[in-house]
Design a protein around this ligand. Structure first.
Ligand SMILES: *[C@@H]1O[C@H](CO)[C@@H](O)[C@H](O)[C@H]1NC(C)=O
Ligand SMILES: *[C@@H]1O[C@H](CO)[C@@H](O)[C@H](O)[C@H]1NC(C)=O
Ligand SMILES: *[C@@H]1O[C@H](CO)[C@@H](O)[C@H](O)[C@H]1NC(C)=O
Ligand SMILES: *[C@@H]1O[C@H](CO)[C@@H](O)[C@H](O)[C@H]1NC(C)=O
Length: 376
């Protein structure tokens, strides 16, 4: 048992080392073959080993929802709520959702294996993430793409704090993936740093999309090309002092944006992909609620952003145990997105079995680091 596990682990390590070595050579070759046409879309393309990358018609437009996660309680309760809402919207008209996988990058099964379809992958070797657990995401994708059977042609990269608020169609086109533009990802404002990873000969820095890896819906074949480069760039960014300091907690987002640009891939930017309460006020026809920001209000329903409100919802308040059932609803006057968020959390916690017992059986990740969760 132990021996087999070590062999598996050693194999992953060898793949990782080979990949890091080869990825630069690979993307240089690729960027020569992949050409952008004048309209900014990708034309039919063949990759270096002769595989068709982009040509196939959108015959199966379903996308596989891939959620990367750790096994600590804080990630687990978010994953349970996330998966609850996936199941609710999956078969609604307008949804192109296929199957769902939680890619668990803590290296061991946890107590949610029977509740959520899960694929266990190895974390990066000890110490390689330098305390920034989020670096495990790209490496998790590489292993999953390599080892899992994925029937859909498209993949959606999702995170535990995403809630599907409306049925989500496949926003990718036949030739281009789709991503969400983040206001704080500004490649052009960070040209000096970006150039360390995206040299002049690759093109202008404006080639780099203002996105992270999530949410993104992307052709599986493209993701297979980009993921190893993404591992390499994210580690190089972490190990470069200046970049680590400048990009801080968003460096793995920049790393994906740069890696995809190195492969000549441009994303369709969809502002309606995601809502970020409390900034976005109305749900409208948008698709995902991302609850990363704290929502603080006084009892008159006025925002006290940055200061604890008399009413508040902040996921980071529940680092060591799940939020209680039946959270109080915000006072009148609070934006629709915040109200909807709390109602969705309450509905899930009311229906998920043994909600309050989650912390009793699991959450023993040795890499658990509360500091990291203050940020992500
Ligand atoms: C990324 O790839 C380059 C080129 O092969 C290699 O020199 C570098 O060491 C890799 N980076 C990391 C962090 O492994
Ligand atoms: C936790 O993460 C922070 C930020 O990445 C790091 O500075 C700190 O050393 C880590 N603590 C432990 C115990 O690993
Ligand atoms: C939820 O809490 C409210 C008060 O905030 C209470 O009126 C209601 O009965 C509770 N519902 C359940 C199902 O416990
Ligand atoms: C689980 O969390 C509850 C609070 O939600 C706490 O009272 C209890 O002591 C925790 N149990 C363990 C084993 O950590």
């Amino acid at each position: 048992m132990v021996v087999r596990k070590n062999i598996g682990h050693a194999k992953s390590l060898i793949i990782l080392i080979m990949m890091l070595g080869f990825s630069i050579a690979t993307y240089n070759l690729l960027s020569m073959i992949i050409v952008n046409n004048k309209n900014g879309g990708l034309v039919a393309v063949e990759s270096f080993d002769g595989r068709k990358v982009m040509e196939s018609a959108k015959s199966n437009s379903k996308y596989h929802v891939a959620l990367t996660s750790n096994d600590d309680v804080y990630s687990q309760w978010q994953c349970r709520i996330m998966y609850y809402w996936y199941k609710k919207v999956k078969d609604m008209p307008g949804s192109d959702m296929g199957k769902f996988t939680r890619i668990l990058h803590s290296g061991n099964a946890d107590q949610l294996m029977n509740e959520i379809p899960t694929f266990v992958v190895d974390p990066l070797p000890d110490g390689m993430d330098r305390g920034y657990v989020v670096l495990n995401r790209p490496w998790a994708f590489v292993q999953w793409l390599e080892k899992a059977d994925i029937e859909e042609e498209y993949i959606m990269m999702a995170e535990p704090d995403h809630l599907f608020v409306n049925p989500l169609p496949n926003l990718a086109s036949r030739t281009q993936p789709a991503g969400f533009p983040f206001f704080y990802i500004e490649p052009a404002e960070n040209e000096k740093i970006i150039r360390k990873f995206y040299p002049k000969e690759n093109g202008p820095v404006t080639d780099i999309d203002p996105i992270g890896n999530s949410p993104v819906i992307i052709q599986k074949s493209l993701m297979e090309e980009i993921a190893p480069t993404w591992v390499n760039i994210s580690l190089r960014m972490k190990y470069d002092k200046e970049t680590d300091k400048a990009f801080g907690w968003v460096q793995e987002m920049y790393a994906y944006a740069v890696a995809s640009a190195l492969h000549g891939v441009k994303h369709i930017l969809r502002k309606d992909f995601m809502l970020q309460p409390p900034w976005d006020k109305h749900v409208k026809k948008k698709f995902i609620i991302h609850y990363t920001y704290a929502c603080d209000y006084n009892l008159k329903g006025e925002s006290t952003f940055g200061k604890f409100g008399e009413w508040r919802f902040d996921k980071r308040f529940y680092l060591l145990a799940p939020p209680p059932k039946n959270l109080s609803l915000p006072p009148p006057g609070v934006p629709e997105t915040v109200v909807r968020l709390v109602k969705m959390v309450n509905e899930a916690t009311a229906n998920l079995p043994e909600w309050d017992h989650l912390n009793r059986s699991g959450g023993h990740s040795k890499g658990y680091n509360t500091t990291n969760h203050m940020l992500k």
